[in-house]
Ligand binder design. Structure first.
Ligand code: DCP
Ligand code: CA
Ligand code: CA
Length: 366
C-alpha cells in the first residue's frame, strides 16, 4: 500500500472560540462556556474554556461555582452552551475541509480526519505547506483556529495533534513514528483507560515503547484477542483504518436507556441485544445489507460518544451486528471509566442498488 498522508484537525477551545467569534469584544478575557443544570442559577459544569481561563485552572468538567471563584476579579465572561450555533460553525469548516481532501471523516463536532495523500502526492514536505494553507483558508473564511496533526495513519495523526495545541501543526513522518510514540505514556493511546494503565504498569509497561516491545501473544492472553492485537499494532504505529466519510450511507438506529447505570459488558449487552433485534427487523424489511456497525453511548455525566466498525464485506445477518456491537463496547469500556446511562446501536446500510429512502431513523432521535 502507498504511504498515506492523514491529517487530524481539532478546533481549538471550540465552544469558547465560537463565542469569541460572535462577541469580538470579549477577546483577551477569560471565557467559560457552561452547561447549566438549572437547579440553581450557578449549578452546572464547565463545558470548555479559552486558554486564558485554563491558566487559572478552569477546565472542562469543573463545577461552575468553582470556575467563578478561580476567575474572581479577572473580568471573566460566562456563556450557556449553544450547540446549534457551534454545529453551524462546524458545518462551515467541514465543508471547507471537503474541498481539500479525498475523504474526510468527522469524528465529533470539532474534529475530522482528512486523507490528503493524493493532494500532496504522498509528500510530507508538501503536507506541511498544505496544512498551513488549510488553516489560513478556514481562518479567513470562518475565523476559527485549529490544530493539525499529520501522520501516515489515523492514530499517529491523532497523537501528533494532541501533542501541541492551540494553533499547532505537528508532522510525524513514517520513519519517525515509532520513536515519536515510544516515550509517551500508554494512556495516550485510545482504548487505554485507568484500569488498563494500572494493569500494564503491573506488567512493567509504562510507555508506548514498552508496549510495542511486549510479546503480542502475552498481550492476547491478558487482554483478549481483539484488544491484545489492537494494543500491539497501535503501539507499533500500525493502523490501516481508512478515513471514512460518515453519514454517506443511510442508517438505521435505535437508542434506549439502561434500567440502571452500568459499566458491565454483559449487562449492557442485554440492552443492546434488544436494540439490535429492533434495528435488524428494520434492516430485513428494507432488504438492505450493511457495511458499518456503530454504537452510541451516553455516559452518566451526559457526555456522549460513538464508535464504528467497518466490515470487509456487506452483511445481512443479526449475529454480525451483535458480535460487532459487543466488540465495540468491550473496547469502549476499556477506554472509559464512566458508567453508561443510554446506549444505541446503528447500522449504516449499503444500499447502492436501492432507491434512496428519506426518513430513516437518525441516531439522535430515540
Ligand atoms: N466538551 C464538553 N465537555 C467535555 C469536553 C468537551 O462539553 N468534557 C465540548 C466543549 C469543547 C468541545 O466539546 O469545546 C470539543 O472538545 P475538545 O476536547 O476538543 O476541547 P476544546 O476544543 O474545548 O479544547 P482544545 O483546544 O483542548 O481542543
Ligand atoms: Ca478541540
Ligand atoms: Ca476535540
Amino acid at each position: 500500500m502507498q504511504t498515506r498522508i492523514i491529517m487530524l484537525a481539532d478546533f481549538d477551545y471550540f465552544f469558547a472560540q465560537c463565542e469569541e467569534l460572535r462577541n469580538p469584544t470579549i477577546k483577551g478575557k477569560p471565557v467559560v462556556v457552561g452547561v447549566y443544570s438549572g437547579r440553581t442559577e450557578e449549578s452546572g459544569a464547565v463545558s470548555t474554556s479559552n486558554y486564558i481561563a485554563r491558566k487559572y485552572g478552569v477546565k472542562s468538567g469543573l463545577p461552575l461555582f468553582l470556575a467563578k471563584k478561580k476567575l474572581e476579579g479577572l473580568d471573566p465572561v460566562f456563556f450557556h452552551v449553544d450547540h446549534e450555533y457551534y454545529d453551524q460553525i462546524s458545518d462551515l469548516i467541514m465543508a471547507i475541509f471537503r474541498t481539500y481532501a479525498t475523504a474526510i471523516e468527522q469524528v465529533s463536532v470539532d474534529e475530522a480526519y482528512l486523507d490528503v495523500t493524493e493532494q500532496v502526492q504522498g509528500s510530507f514536505e508538501k503536507a506541511h505547506e498544505y496544512a498551513l494553507k488549510i488553516k489560513a483558508d478556514v481562518k479567513s473564511q470562518v475565523g476559527i483556529s485549529f490544530t493539525i496533526g499529520v501522520g501516515s495513519n489515523k492514530i499517529i495523526a491523532k497523537i501528533a495533534c494532541d501533542s501541541q495545541k492551540p494553533d499547532g501543526l505537528t508532522i510525524v513522518k513514517p520513519e519517525e513514528a515509532q520513536s515519536f510514540l515510544a516515550p509517551l505514556a500508554v494512556d495516550r493511546l485510545l482504548g487505554v483507560g485507568k484500569k488498563t494503565t494500572a494493569r500494564m504498569e503491573e506488567m512493567g509497561i509504562k510507555t508506548i515503547g514498552d508496549l510495542a516491545k511486549y510479546d503480542c501473544q502475552c498481550l492476547i492472553e491478558i487482554f483478549g484477542k481483539v484488544l491484545g492485537i489492537y494494543f500491539h499494532n497501535t503501539a507499533n504505529a500500525i493502523d490501516n483504518e481508512p478515513v471514512q466519510e460518515q453519514g454517506e450511507a443511510e442508517s438505521i438506529s435505535k437508542i434506549g436507556t439502561l434500567k440502571a447505570d452500568s459499566h458491565d459488558l454483559d449487562y449492557i449487552a442485554q440492552k443492546t441485544d434488544e436494540l439490535t433485534d429492533i434495528v435488524f427487523k428494520e434492516v430485513t424489511e428494507k432488504g438492505y445489507g450493511f457495511k458499518t456497525v456503530s454504537i452510541y453511548v451516553v455516559n452518566v455525566n451526559l457526555t456522549s460518544k460513538s464508535r464504528s466498525i467497518t466490515l470487509e464485506q456487506p452483511a445481512k445477518d443479526k449475529e454480525t451486528i451483535r458480535r460487532n456491537v459487543r466488540l465495540l463496547f468491550e473496547k469502549y469500556l476499556a477506554e472509559s471509566e464512566l458508567e453508561i446511562r443510554r446506549v444505541g446501536v446503528k447500522v449504516a446500510t449499503f444500499s447502492k442498488e436501492e432507491p434512496k429512502q428519506k426518513s430513516l431513523t437518525s441516531f439522535f432521535s430515540s
